[in-house]
Write a protein that binds this ligand. Structure first.
Ligand SMILES: *[C@@H]1O[C@H](CO)[C@@H](O)[C@H](O)[C@H]1NC(C)=O
Ligand SMILES: *[C@@H]1O[C@H](CO)[C@@H](O)[C@H](O)[C@H]1NC(C)=O
Ligand SMILES: *[C@@H]1O[C@H](CO)[C@@H](O)[C@H](O)[C@H]1NC(C)=O
Length: 536
C-alpha cells in the first residue's frame, strides 16, 4: 500500500498547495521532515501563504503568463510600497466637464455623474475613467441612460454590470414620475445579457414628494435598493426592495427603512443601519421569492446616544463587495492583485443631531469577526454594544478628517487626510487593519522612521480607567454624543507620509491613493482634478 509520503515530491506538493493556511501550519508543526522541507522550499506555497496573509487574490487576467517567483516578488513589493508609502508613479486626471453629485469608485474605475440637465438637475449619463492607466491611455468614457439618473450602483468584477436608478416624469401626467432600475452591461453600455428584463420598474410616485435618496448594491443575483423621500412628511414609501436582477422579480415585499445606507455582509445577509433605533439591523435575503418582507435576523446596538441626540443619516460601504460566484467578468482593472472580498472592511459614517449642532462619526467594521458574531447571535432580538462593538469595530476620530467621501477604503486599508489640507498641506495617513501586518509591525517595538513615512502600531483603546489614561483616549478633546464608552479592541498599523499634500479629500482603491483637488471652474465644491498616487 502506498502511503501519502511515498508519493513523488511534486505530487505531494500539488496536494499541499491547495490546503488552507491553518492545515499547512499543522503540517509544518507535525515534525515530519519530508513535509517540512517540501513546504519551506516551495515558492508556490510561499506565494499562496503571502496572498492569504495580505488578503489579496491574483487578477486571473494578468498573472497567467508570469512565473510564480516573479509574482511573489511583485506581491512583496506591493505590500512594502503601501506600508512604507513608496509610490511607484503619479499622474493627474482632469475633469474638464461640470459633474453632478453622484459618483463611485469601483476597483480601478472612477465613475461620476455627467453634467446635469438644466430642467431636472439630474444627469442622463455616467462618465468614467480607469485610474491606474498611464497618462497616454487616459480617456473619459460615458455610459448613457437616456433618462434622468438619481443614482447608480455597480458589480463590475462579478457581472460587468452597472445599474442606474432613473427618475422620469410621466409624459402624460405632469404630477407623477416613474422610478426604474436600468441594467446595463458596463463595458458596452447595452442591456445586460443576463437580465431577463433590462428595466425593473420600482414605483410611480408623485413629483411633489421630491427626489429620492438612494442606495443600491448588487451581490450575486441579489440587487438591494433602498429609497428614502427625505422631503416628504409621509414615510410610507421609504423602503428597501430586494430583487433577483437576472430574473427581474422582486424577491421580498418592501421593508420599511429610515435611512438609505445598506451594504451586503454576505450574499444572504444585508446590514441595514437603523437611524431611529441606533442599531445595525441584519436582514436575511431569501434564496427564492417570498411574499413578505425580508426577515429581520438580528439587531446590534450602536453605543447609546446621550439624551436629546438622534442619528440623522447613515452611509456605509464595503469595497470590494462579497463575490459569491467567484466569476470574473473581464479585465476591468490592470491591478495584479485585488483585495479579497471576504476580508474587506466595512466603513460606516453617520451624523448625529442635537441642540449643540451636527457631529460626524465614523467607524470600521471587521467583516470576518462580525460574521462570527452574527452566526453566534442568540435568541435575544438585539445584542448590546459592549458585547460585540469593542471586538468588531474601531471608531475613528472623524472631526479633523476630510469625510466628504465614503470611498476611502478598499480591502483592509483606509486613507485619511486633514479636512483643511487644501489650504494647509498635511500628511496622508494609511490605516491597515490586517492582523498579520499589525503583529509583524509590533515586533519592531516602536515606530519605524523610514525615508518616506513613519510607521507605527495603534493599539486597542485603553479602557480609560484612570485619569492619566483619559488623555490618551482617541477622542480626547472631541465632543462625543454617546452615553457609554466607545472603546475599541481593533489595532491597526498607521503609515504617516512625510510628504505633505494639498488635497481636498483622498480616496483609496486597489492600487492607488487618489487625491481630489477642487476646481473653481465649475463652481465651489466641484472636483477639478484627481492625482493618482500608484503603489501597485
Ligand atoms: C427644458 O425645458 C424646456 C421647456 O419645457 C424645453 O424647451 C427644453 O428643451 C428642455 N431642455 C432640455 C435639455 O431638455
Ligand atoms: C422609521 O421607520 C419606522 C418604520 O417604518 C416608522 O414607523 C417611523 O416613523 C420612521 N421614523 C422616522 C423618523 O422616519
Ligand atoms: C479581523 O478579524 C480577524 C479575526 O479576528 C483577523 O484575522 C483579521 O486580521 C482582522 N482584520 C481584518 C481587516 O479583517
Amino acid at each position: 500500500m502506498t502511503q501519502f509520503l511515498d508519493l513523488p515530491p511534486e505530487l505531494i506538493l500539488e496536494c499541499l498547495a491547495h490546503l488552507p493556511l491553518y492545515d499547512l501550519n499543522a503540517c509544518l508543526k507535525s515534525g515530519n521532515r519530508v513535509l517540512h522541507a517540501i513546504i519551506v522550499n516551495s515558492v508556490l506555497i510561499w506565494y499562496r501563504l503571502e496572498q492569504e496573509r495580505a488578503c489579496v487574490e491574483e487578477n486571473p487576467y494578468l498573472t497567467g503568463n508570469s512565473v510564480i517567483s516573479d509574482r511573489l516578488a511583485d506581491l512583496r513589493r506591493r505590500e512594502a510600497n503601501w506600508l512604507n508609502f513608496t509610490p511607484t508613479s503619479r499622474h493627474t486626471l482632469t475633469l474638464d466637464f461640470r459633474t453632478s453629485g453622484i459618483y463611485d469608485l469601483a476597483s480601478d474605475v472612477y465613475l461620476i455623474g455627467d453634467t446635469s440637465d438644466e430642467n431636472t438637475s439630474l444627469c442622463t449619463g455616467i462618465r468614467y475613467i480607469l485610474t491606474s492607466s498611464t497618462p497616454e491611455g487616459v480617456e473619459w468614457h460615458r455610459v448613457e441612460a437616456g433618462k434622468p439618473i438619481a443614482d447608480f450602483g455597480t458589480a463590475l468584477v462579478e457581472h460587468d454590470l452597472i445599474a442606474m436608478v432613473t427618475y422620469t416624469p410621466h409624459s402624460d401626467n405632469s404630477e407623477m414620475a416613474s422610478v426604474d432600475v436600468l441594467l446595463l452591461k458596463f463595458s458596452t453600455g447595452t442591456p445586460h445579457p443576463q437580465a431577463t428584463h433590462p428595466t425593473l420598474h420600482v414605483q410611480d410616485v408623485e413629483l411633489h414628494r421630491g427626489w429620492p435618496g438612494i442606495s443600491i448594491e448588487i451581490v450575486g443575483d441579489n440587487l438591494a435598493l433602498s429609497i428614502v423621500y427625505w422631503n416628504d412628511e409621509r414615510r410610507d414609501l421609504d423602503t428597501l426592495h430586494v430583487y433577483d436582477w437576472k430574473a427581474g422579480v422582486l424577491k421580498t415585499t418592501p421593508h420599511a427603512v429610515n435611512n438609505t445606507g445598506i451594504t451586503f455582509l454576505r450574499e444572504d445577509l444585508i446590514i441595514v443601519p437603523n437611524s431611529l433605533e441606533a442599531t445595525l439591523d441584519i436582514l436575511h435575503v431569501p434564496a427564492y421569492v417570498i411574499g413578505h418582507p425580508p426577515r429581520l435576523f438580528h439587531s446590534f446596538d450602536l453605543p447609546k446616544l446621550e439624551d436629546g441626540h438622534g442619528i440623522l443619516s447613515f452611509q456605509c460601504r464595503g469595497e470590494p463587495n462579497p463575490r459569491p460566484s467567484a466569476q470574473h467578468s473581464g479585465p476591468t482593472t490592470t491591478a495584479k492583485f485585488l483585495p479579497s472580498p471576504q476580508d474587506s472592511l466595512i466603513l460606516f459614517s453617520f451624523e448625529v443631531d442635537s441642540w449643540t449642532g451636527i457631529t460626524e462619526h465614523m467607524f470600521v467594521l471587521n467583516r470576518t469577526s462580525f460574521i462570527s458574531q452574527v452566526a453566534a447571535s442568540t435568541a435575544e432580538p438585539t445584542t448590546p454594544w459592549v458585547e460585540w462593538g469593542p471586538q468588531c469595530t474601531r471608531f475613528l476620530d472623524s472631526a479633523p478628517l476630510a469625510m466628504h467621501y465614503i470611498t476611502v477604503a478598499a480591502g483592509q486599508r483606509l486613507a485619511t487626510i486633514a479636512h483643511d489640507a487644501w489650504r494647509r498641506p498635511a500628511p496622508i495617513c494609511v490605516l491597515d487593519f490586517n492582523g498579520i501586518t499589525v503583529a509583524t509591525q509590533r515586533a519592531q517595538a516602536g515606530p519605524v522612521d523610514g525615508p518616506h513615512a513613519t510607521v507605527c502600531v495603534v493599539e486597542a483603546d485603553s479602557d480609560g480607567g484612570d485619569e492619566e489614561q483619559m488623555d490618551q483616549l482617541p477622542f480626547a478633546g472631541q465632543y462625543l454624543p454617546f452615553a457609554e464608552p466607545v472603546r475599541s479592541l481593533l489595532p491597526y498599523v498607521e503609515t504617516t507620509s512625510k510628504e505633505l499634500f494639498d488635497y481636498g479629500a483622498v480616496l483609496l482603491n486597489d492600487e492607488n491613493i487618489i487625491g481630489a483637488r477642487h476646481g473653481l471652474q465649475f463652481g465651489v465644491g466641484s472636483i477639478g482634478s484627481l492625482e493618482v498616487i500608484h503603489f501597485g
